[in-house]
Structures are given as C-alpha cells and as structure tokens.
Design a protein around this ligand. Structure first.
Ligand SMILES: Cc1cc2nc3c(=O)[nH]c(=O)nc-3n(C[C@H](O)[C@H](O)[C@H](O)COP(=O)(O)OP(=O)(O)OC[C@H]3O[C@@H](n4cnc5c(N)ncnc54)[C@H](O)[C@@H]3O)c2cc1C
Ligand code: FES
Length: 269
C-alpha cells in the first residue's frame, strides 16, 4: 500500500555508485511502506541515526521511485560535509530519511508540450517528472546544462525521462556550446503550447523565468534554497514573493512547505 504522508523513515542503502564527476546515485530501500513521492518532492536525509555529525539532514530531490522494489533514488553532487558523509555510505548501511516533503510539480495541461530545463543538482527532480509524464503518454523535451561534459549525467539516466534529450555545456565539450537558455529559446520557437518546468542554479532559473515571461509561456520553478528543518519551523528557507503584501509573513514564502515548486512569475529573482 502507498502512503502520501510525510514520515520519519529508516532505510537501507540498496545501491550507491558514482555516475558522473562527483555525482552519485544512491538508491534506498525503505523498511515497511514506501511513501509515494511525487515529482518535485524531496526527502531530508542524514547518513546515520547513530551519530550527530552531520547534525542537520540534507534536502535531496527524489529522482527515481521503484514501488515494486520499495526503493527510491537520489542523485547528488558531493559539495561539502553532509554530501561527503553521505558518499561514504555503503550498501547495507542504515540511513535516516524524512519525507516526502514539499509540493509536487503541477499537472501538465492535456494539449501542452512539457519542456524540462535542468542544470547541475537541479536535474534529479526533472528525471522523476519526465519519467512520470512519459508513463501518462506525454512526450517531454529535456534540456540539460552542465559546466563540462564530465558533469553531465549519463544518457542511461536521462533517457527514461525523455526521448528528446538536448545537452549544453558551458565549455562546449558536449552538445551545444553555451547555456540551456539558448536551447530553451529554440524549443519555445518550435512548440505551439509549451509549458516549462525548471530546476537548477539560481542564475539559470532566473534566466529561464525571464525568457518564459517574455514569451508569455507558463513556467514552474523548483527552488533549491538552503534548508535546515525542511518542514516549516525554522524559517531558514524563505524567499521573497513578487506581490506587495501587507505583512512580511505574506511577502516571504517558506520554500520547504509552500514550495519548492512555484509559478516562476511569483518569485523575486
Ligand atoms: C528542495 C531541495 C532539493 C535538493 N535536491 C538536490 C539534489 O537532488 N541533488 C543535490 O546534489 N543537491 C540537492 N540539493 C542541495 C543539497 O541539499 C545541498 O547541496 C547539500 O545540503 C549540501 O550540503 P553539504 O554539507 O554537503 O555542503 P555545504 O557545506 O552545505 O555546501 C557546500 C557548497 O554547496 C553550496 N550549497 C549548499 N546548499 C546549497 C543549495 N541548497 N543551493 C545551492 N548551493 C548550495 C554552498 O554554497 C557551498 O558552496 C537540494 C536542495 C533543496 C533545498
Ligand atoms: S527549512 Fe525550516 S522553515 Fe523551511
């Protein structure tokens, strides 16, 4: 049976491997029921219950769900103490997770063509989204950017999310030499009714938000802000909304509980 509520879960490392430069793919098997994480939702993970270092859990987007095997996957870049501690975990190690958290990407209108635009650590939630959309008969375009070829996830991980994967690198070592926004501009010209879903570094998402707003195209952005608690208590993850509100409580939004997915026109970039 699937459950949708957020749960404090204990699981076991099912598989764990490096899939690109510094990028690791971790699959976790959950003891008992696997909560049904929808595309765009995330989990808070701590490498072990038996140590307080690192003290805080880290938010990671769910990139894969295998309900039959009761496993879910995350893809992460090793950037600091928490991700380094996670990278030391081996198959069979016990792992502490809280989730699923946050709100999923909204549904795609029937007559629209989903265009997914990801960069760096923002690609994982789009893989879950693309795979889900394909299972409903949709045909998403997936545009992925990275600094250099070695930072791109392998096609085996990208292709389940789209039959139309378009790659860009900042240094021209793979795919289009330039930014994802160049490939997005091309896709927006080709499609009659595109709807854009994006996740990645802040400047990339700001550029995507600006391009889609100019083209009058709906865009949903998943924000990956710094987080502490992940469930609305610490107010450590707020971003400013564009609308002028009477109170700071309405002017700012907590990404962990109100997001992480927003209509791009709602946010002050
Ligand atoms: C909702 C959500 C989903 C996320 N999903 C993923 C994911 O699928 N894969 C993944 O690799 N990471 C993801 N992240 C980011 C991930 O949580 C951080 O990279 C991680 O917590 C870093 O911890 P650390 O102790 O290893 O590094 P830290 O010491 O905390 O940071 C190391 C470096 O990374 C930068 N950094 C840390 N956190 C962030 C952030 N949130 N945004 C931008 N830069 C940051 C810091 O500026 C610093 O330069 C997500 C974040 C959020 C909020
Ligand atoms: S991370 Fe604590 S309120 Fe969002």
């Amino acid at each position: 049976m699937m459950e949708e509520t957020t749960k404090d879960l204990e699981g076991v490392v099912f598989s764990h491997e490096e899939v690109a430069d510094g990028f690791r793919f971790l699959q976790i098997r959950i003891d008992g029921h696997l909560p049904c994480a929808r595309p765009g939702q995330f989990v808070q993970i701590r490498p072990s219950r038996t140590t307080t270092t690192p003290f805080l859990r880290m938010p990671l987007s769910v990139s894969h769900v295998d309900r039959v095997g009761s496993t879910f996957g995350v893809l992460y870049d090793v950037v600091g103490p928490k991700t380094r501690a996670l990278s030391d975990m081996n198959e069979g190690d016990r792992i502490d997770c809280l989730g699923p958290l946050g709100n999923p990407f909204p549904d795609v209108p029937d007559d629209a063509r989903p265009v997914l635009v990801g960069g760096g650590i923002g690609v994982p939630p789009l893989l879950h989204l693309g795979t889900h959309l394909r299972s409903t008969g949709m045909d998403p375009i997936l545009i992925v950017g990275a600094r250099t070829a070695g930072k791109h996830l392998p096609l085996e991980l990208l292709s389940p999310a789209s039959e139309h994967v378009r790659l860009a690198t900042d240094d021209g070592s793979l795919g289009h030499h330039g930014f994802v926004t160049d490939l997005l501009a091309q896709a927006l010209k080709e499609e009659d009714k595109p709807v854009v879903y994006t996740c990645g570094p802040h400047p990339m998402m700001a550029a995507v938000a600006s391009a889609t707003e100019s083209a009058d195209v709906r865009c949903y952005s998943s924000l990956e802000e710094y987080m502490a608690c992940g469930f609305g208590v610490c107010v450590g993850c707020v971003v400013e909304r564009r609308t002028q509100a009477n109170s700071p409580y309405d002017q700012f939004t907590r990404v962990c509980v109100d997001g992480p997915v927003y209509d791009a026109t709602e946010i002050v970039w």
